[in-house]
Design a protein around this ligand. Structure first.
Ligand SMILES: Cc1cc2nc3c(=O)[nH]c(=O)nc-3n(C[C@H](O)[C@H](O)[C@H](O)COP(=O)(O)OP(=O)(O)OC[C@H]3O[C@@H](n4cnc5c(N)ncnc54)[C@H](O)[C@@H]3O)c2cc1C
Length: 386
């Protein structure tokens, strides 16, 4: 069907789409990426990449590790030395906390990306697929890789797979502090690791840095706990994607009841300023497309990877790492099998790994919110090597 000269269509220019684009470019295979966001859009938060994820990427990007850290890490180094769920103890200090915006910026280099191109529909038309992009005439494609994330239009159009919401309340906030406050209160805390956790009973508090500039520093926080059941007004599993910024007053009442917080948790959660933070209500979503669906679609040259194929809860999940790993693995496969003739067997192996990762993600989020289970990074219960 497709030949190495025919550009492969990639829907979505997030972590999986961009990594795949770069990997295929490395192998001399052209791609065109369609992305609904504008070129100026930048994600402003940190993600933890494991050594097994970013080290294979260095070859494709032709970078050494110090340069990679300098370009992508929040502070030019990206040190993480606290609990990370999918990393064996001895590897934790090799993880890197990248700034997602800088990471994606670097991946974009040399790729053909159609910005502002929202895919509105994907329909079968004879041997190929007809894709309708907002404000653009529909076009046909013979090889399509969907990397359009958690709310994938390709998955929802071409399969019956549904997103499940796990029973955890989670809120994510961002506070901008002055350099002086950072130096005085926060710097020592983050010296060894850009991420830290503290637990109060089953409630998990997380702090991380997402930006350090000469003028200000951005601190991100997460407040999460198991849901108390269907009547829990902070869970709201049916909320629309557009209402994530509607924050119930009950959150602030609940947070104000936290006692004996250490510094700098006390400064973040124990202050009235929390009401002025930019806060989002998070749903802990999970999904895994059935192997049968993946095999069926692969026969028609429609492939899905990253969050579009398998979504893991943000807390305790491994989505970014799997997205990079999927893209490198598929890119290398495509170089050997450009017509995707045997890609079904690639899915066979991959799906088993996604299943294992999904199970582990659910176990990890449960352990993270279990009173009495340690958060220390050598806790065997919450580690898995994929
Ligand atoms: C705050 C935060 C922190 C996280 N931290 C970590 C972490 O530390 N470790 C970890 O492993 N994971 C982490 N994750 C999860 C991780 O970011 C995701 O799993 C990962 O981004 C998935 O990559 P993806 O390319 O599959 O999807 P995405 O990165 O979501 O990319 C999908 C892309 O498709 C585009 N798109 C969507 N629909 C359309 C459409 N109809 N038309 C065109 N374009 C479309 C989107 O705009 C987006 O650019 C975190 C997530 C968040 C939000």
């Amino acid at each position: 069907m497709s030949t190495p000269q025919t550009p492969i269509t990639i829907l979505g220019a997030g972590i999986a789409g961009l990594t795949l684009g770069r990997c295929l470019r490395y192998h001399g295979i052209p791609t065109i990426l369609y992305e609904k966001r504008s070129k100026e859009y930048t994600h402003k938060y940190g993600i933890t990449l494991q050594p097994s994820t970013y080290q294979p990427l260095l070859k494709i990007l032709d970078l050494d590790e110090p340069t990679f850290r300098k370009i992508t890490a929040i502070d030019g180094n990206g040190h993480v030395d606290s609990y990370t769920s999918f990393t064996p103890k001895e590897e934790v200090s090799k993880c890197v906390r990248v700034h997602r915006g800088k990471f994606e910026q670097m991946l974009r280099e040399g790729l053909e990306i159609k910005w502002g191109s929202q895919i509105e529909s994907v329909k079968k038309d004879g041997q190929s697929y007809r894709i309708k992009v907002k404000n653009v005439t529909a076009f046909d494609t013979r090889a399509l890789v969907a990397t359009d994330g958690t709310h994938s239009i390709v998955r929802s159009t071409l399969s019956d797979s549904k997103l499940k919401v796990l029973p955890y309340v989670a809120f994510y906030g961002r506070r901008r502090i002055s350099q002086a406050t950072y130096e005085e209160i926060f710097k020592g805390h983050f010296r060894k690791s850009l991420v830290s956790h503290e637990r109060k009973g089953p409630t998990l508090l997380q702090l991380s840095l997402s930006d350090i500039t000469p003028e200000y520093v951005e601190v991100n926080w997460i407040y999460s706990r198991p849901s108390s059941g269907a009547s829990d007004e902070l869970l709201n599993p049916e909320r629309s994607p557009d209402s994530a910024n509607v924050i119930p007053e009950a959150l602030f009442e609940e947070v104000s009841r936290l006692k004996d917080l250490s510094s700098p948790y006390a400064e973040i959660f124990g202050s009235q300023s929390i009401k002025n933070d930019r806060i989002l209500h998070w749903l802990m979503r999970s999904s895994l497309l059935a192997n049968n669906d993946l095999q069926r679609l692969a026969k028609e040259n429609v492939l899905l990877i990253g969050d579009a194929a398998h979504t893991e809860p943000i807390i305790g999940g491994n989505g970014a790492n799997l997205a990079v790993d999927d893209a490198i693995s598929l890119g290398n496969w495509t170089a050997r099998d450009p017509k995707f003739a045997g890609v079904g067997s690639w899915y066979g192996t991959r799906h088993a790994l996604w299943e294992k990762s999904a199970d582990l993600g659910i176990e990890v989020i449960s352990q993270l919110h279990s009173d009495g289970v340690g958060l220390e990074r050598d806790s065997k219960k919450v580690h898995g090597v994929l």
